[in-house]
Design a protein around this ligand. Sequence first.
Ligand code: HEC
Length: 141
Amino acid sequence: MRGVCGLLAVALVWAVTLASNVLAQAPAGPAAVPAEARKMKAALASSPAAIDAGKQLYTKYCRFCHGNTGAGDSTMAPKTMKPPNLTDAEWAHGSSEGEIFWVIQNGAPPKYDMKGLKGKITDADTWNLVHYVRSLGGAGK
Ligand code: HEC
């Protein structure tokens, strides 16, 4: 009898561990943009061509959440989140080139409602997006 109980206990612990592994969301990343991101310099200089390329990427990957002009007024964004205005002077995650690069690649901490595009777009295209976002005015000053 004791042997059966022990076996049941082991099975129970195993089942609970398995279930919690499946249910627990894998952490998407750190709770905030790492401090080193701020010091990162763009590997690709801003230019009218870079901003233009960034704008096209923005239309494809960002507009439905952040809105046509980046003002955070899209009606298509999921109702569970509030994408910020990218044209104003408020930058919860930092407005430097490197910080914006980090958010585009890794997503917006701590909730990661905005997912990162790492692996989906190149670093060069990420810099094009950074230059486009900074050209909107709020971060470039
Ligand atoms: C699914 C909707 C969604 C998409 C798509 C999305 N974002 Fe976001 N973004 C958000 C949300 C929500 C936040 C704010 C998260 C928070 O602060 O908790 C955010 C935050 C940001 C921030 C930080 C702003 C700040 O004030 O510090 C930047 C920069 C940004 N997004 C740029 C982009 C760019 C560029 C793209 C396209 C490559 C993009 N986002 C795609 C929803 C989205």
